[in-house]
Write a protein that binds this ligand. Structure first.
Ligand SMILES: [Zn+2]
Length: 242
């Protein structure tokens, strides 16, 4: 175990109110690629189309073809990794009281995490834009052979319950995130480059409120300099030791 990992372990062990803030790097370790370029993974779908609300309203079938061919198979096959599992244990021990995530894959919950606040929604949930009824992605996927885009039993258009470009973040999730951030004594960033707002602002608030700021991320982040401890490494390698 490296010196820094030992320090990280000590700081987390001494924490009473730990908040974890997770991002795409954590999901990447479960085999979920980020947007084209970042993961180097070729995709025949363009994120500026499938992840954009204006484009979704214009041509919803584009998203649903992407969902059928690329997103669903990847999410379906992905399994929580050692870092997700370590966070579940920290929650069970009473140290970790809130996970705030930018990820939309639901892997924290799949691992058994109870308190998860999803800033960008969850791809496994599909909602009707007319009556707000919620479906599981498996159910919608099975119906995709027959009709595109999929429709609710009420006839309304279905949309993944995720925040697309051009949409506001869900207010309730934001409120939960801000409150947890104000209450924590240790704020641990896991697999986020902290470049997309409010991703950069939430850890900043933690620090301003006197919390420790710890970062585990492969790349450098804009908040590295003000953090109390930074490890540039895959999250699972560090967290399985903790
Ligand atoms: Zn409906």
């Amino acid at each position: 175990m490296s010196e820094k990992t030992k320090q990280m372990k000590e700081l987390i062990r001494n924490s009473h109110n730990l908040v974890v803030f997770s991002g795409a790097g954590l999901s990447a370790e479960s085999g979920i690629p980020t947007y084209r370029g970042a993961g180097g993974l070729w995709s025949k779908y363009d994120p500026s189309k499938y992840a954009d609300i204006q484009y979704f309203n214009q041509d919803p079938s584009y998203y649903w073809r992407f969902f059928k061919e690329e997103r669903y198979p990847v999410i379906k096959a992905a399994r929580p990794n050692k870092a997700h599992e370590a966070m579940v244990r920290l929650e069970q021990q009473g140290t970790l009281f809130q996970v705030i995530t930018q990820n939309i894959d639901g892997l924290h919950q799949e691992a058994g995490q109870r308190k998860v606040c999803e800033l960008h929604g969850n791809t496994r949930r599909i909602i009707c834009l007319e009556c707000n009824r919620s479906y599981h992605m498996d159910e919608v996927y099975r119906g995709l052979e027959k009709i595109l885009p999929p429709l609710c039993s009420c006839g309304g258009l279905l949309k993944p319950d995720v925040v697309l470009f051009g949409e506001p973040l869900p207010q309730e999730a934001l409120n939960t995130a801000w409150q947890a951030t104000r209450e924590c004594d240790t704020f641990l960033v896991v697999g986020s480059s902290l470049v997309v707002n409010p991703a950069a602002q939430i850890p900043l608030l933690a620090k301003q409120n006197g919390s420790l700021l710890l970062i585990i991320n492969i790349d450098t982040t804009p908040l590295d300099e003000m953090a109390d401890l930074v490890i540039h490494c895959p999250a699972s390698e560090v967290l399985m030791e903790i």
